[in-house]
Design a protein around this ligand. Structure first.
Ligand SMILES: *[C@@H]1O[C@H](CO)[C@@H](O)[C@H](O)[C@H]1NC(C)=O
Ligand SMILES: *[C@@H]1O[C@H](CO)[C@@H](O)[C@H](O)[C@H]1NC(C)=O
Ligand SMILES: *[C@@H]1O[C@H](CO)[C@@H](O)[C@H](O)[C@H]1NC(C)=O
Ligand SMILES: *[C@@H]1O[C@H](CO)[C@@H](O)[C@H](O)[C@H]1NC(C)=O
Length: 517
């Protein structure tokens, strides 16, 4: 295919060019495009017992030995709770006009709707939001980024039980009420497809539920529970959107969306079977959530394969779900090959069960990796996938506004490395440049992309990988908490300056923003 030739040439040019010297005046971003950084509460904040916060599922999960690779946890994380001022200053020096963070549910509602609102928690986010706005940085807020009050797990099994819908709606209402006068961008969920798969199929995330052969858990049913969990999450989203649209949106003028983990899938061959398998892989990962929220029903491929395992929506829910978001958020990092395995096995690949749509996923074709491998398994440098993913969503969902809510590159936290090794992160620079160029191509082809958030502002707690992976534009010394900009921070700053269409001083930007209400 022609595009792969272009891609190879493109990668070649990157390799031979000095790092600052790409000319890209043909790559432009729309007016008011958000160039941002990203974070999440559990990975950044720490302060896990401070000021009335309740325990959440990750506080509990990380407290069992064997769950996290390096035996670490987010009890202190990178202490963003106490250092948010310094951190917003780092953002300001990058010149980002937006920052994405999540609210810790248990910090605001330590016992869900079964107890009171924790005012110190509200104060923390008020201070963070005000500190961002002071610097002309628009808050982009996620309500649920993996963590939830442990009480909801203990009481009724969290996402497995329909009561979670009321709890989530209540939580969302509290947040819109407390912060919505200053927040224009709301995402209900971050990567609920990963919550469903890792929490309830492989059992690698809390609440560690699964069944054989998918994993070795004490409780669970890998073939059924992910779909029940997804269903409750979709209906929780729907209820929060309904509250936002009826009670807040007119007055507050913001928008509300939903963020999925979005791997792009490339058929491993041109055969019809493999092309259909690649489509199924996307349906079972991405459209699983977006189809119901936008069209009111699950993808046809899922209905056909899963039959009565897939829950159904009532007539009322179908009505309420139509057009149930203002934007799609994607966390996009990589592309994988897919091979049909309806009647065959998958070798070392994954994805080859009925539950996963018989779509064998692999990073290699004839032992050649799909892109440069990274230190994360199943994670390759494949920039073309950004354009392909965005164009696919554009076509399928009638050009709904899209935000790339995460994209970034991991380094291994080698014990033998010096800080200098981490600071000269040329691989991250090349990764971000190639993905941003690919995104710009999608925009030039008409995709309505409104923003890009680099994962992550700072090195942080990477879930079950603990502190063994570093994704930050800034290095964090996990002992002293000292933050130091990497080459990628300097590069991103210049990239934003070159491409930003928002002119004026921070103060002018801030005034313009406040007047937009
Ligand atoms: C962690 O486990 C210890 C020992 O079982 C217990 O005392 C402590 O309360 C637990 N902490 C959390 C956050 O669950
Ligand atoms: C599953 O876990 C149990 C209990 O820890 C252990 O005895 C068993 O060997 C494990 N089985 C597999 C297949 O890993
Ligand atoms: C550290 O050790 C690993 C192997 O354990 C090696 O691959 C890596 O290059 C080393 N890094 C540095 C900076 O010396
Ligand atoms: C920004 O633009 C300058 C001037 O055209 C160019 O030299 C530089 O390479 C660009 N930097 C980035 C990161 O795009």
């Amino acid at each position: 295919m022609e595009s792969s030739v272009d891609l190879r040439m493109f990668v070649f040019l990157i390799l031979i060019s000095p790092i600052w010297a790409t000319k890209d005046e043909h790559h432009s971003f729309p007016n008011n495009f958000l160039f941002g950084t990203a974070s999440s509460a559990y990975q950044f904040e720490g302060a896990y017992l401070s000021d009335g916060k309740g325990l959440n599922n990750w506080d509990v999960y990380t407290n069992t030995s064997g769950n996290i690779i390096d035996g670490s946890n987010g009890n202190v994380a990178i202490d963003h709770y106490h250092r948010y001022m310094e951190d917003t200053e780092l953002m300001q020096s990058l010149g980002v006009n937006s920052h994405r963070f999540s609210i810790s549910w248990a910090r605001i509602l330590p016992r869900g709707r079964h107890g009171g609102v924790n005012l110190p928690g509200i104060n923390f986010y008020n201070n963070l939001i005000d500190s961002l706005l002071d610097k002309g940085i628009k808050p982009f807020v996620t309500l649920s980024h993996y963590d939830l009050p442990q009480e909801l797990e203990d009481r009724y099994g969290s996402w497995l039980h329909k009561d979670i819908q009321e709890d989530f709606a209540y939580y969302a209402d509290v947040c819109f009420g407390a912060f919505g006068d200053r927040v224009q961008y709301w995402a209900t969920f971050n990567e609920p497809n990963i919550i469903a798969m890792q929490g309830y199929r492989t059992g690698l995330y809390p609440p560690s539920r699964c069944s054989k052969p998918f994993g070795n858990c004490t409780y669970g049913d890998s073939e059924k529970e992910p779909f029940i969990v997804a269903h409750n999450i979709i209906l929780s989203h729907m209820k929060a959107v309904k509250i936002y649209r009826t009670k807040y949106q007119k007055k507050q003028g913001g928008s509300i969306g939903f963020i999925v983990n979005a791997i792009w899938f490339e058929p491993i061959s041109n055969s019809i079977a493999d092309r259909l398998a690649a489509k199924r892989a996307l349906s079972f990962l991405v459209n699983w959530f977006l189809d119901p929220i936008i069209f009111g029903k699950y993808p046809v491929e899922m209905q056909e394969i899963l039959g009565s395992t897939l829950p159904t929506f009532s007539r009322n829910h179908q009505m309420d779900l139509q057009n149930g978001l203002d934007f799609i958020g994607i966390n996009h990092y990589t592309t994988l090959y897919v091979k049909d395995c309806m009647f065959s096995s998958c070798g070392n690949g994954m994805g080859c069960s009925r539950t996963e749509g018989f779509a064998c996923q692999t990073g290699q074709k004839n032992k050649v990796p799909i892109g440069e491998p990274t230190v994360m398994e199943w994670y390759y440098v494949t920039p073309q996938g950004m354009e392909d993913m965005v164009m696919y969503l554009k076509e399928r969902y009638n050009n709904k506004p899209i935000f790339v809510t995460e994209n970034g590159y991991p380094d291994e936290n080698w014990a033998n490395a010096t800080i200098k090794d981490f600071l000269y992160d040329i691989n991250r620079v090349n990764y971000m440049r190639s993905y941003l160029d690919s995104l710009a191509t999608a925009i030039s082809k008409g995709a309505d992309v409104r923003g890009y958030f680099a994962w992550a502002l700072l090195d942080n707690f990477e879930w079950i990988s603990g502190y063994t992976k570093r994704f930050g534009l800034h290095h964090v010394d996990f002992k002293t908490m000292k933050r130091t900009p990497k080459l990628s921070a300097t590069w991103y700053k210049q990239y934003i300056a070159n491409h930003s269409t928002i002119k004026g001083t921070t103060h002018e930007r801030n005034q313009e923003y406040l007047q937009s209400y």
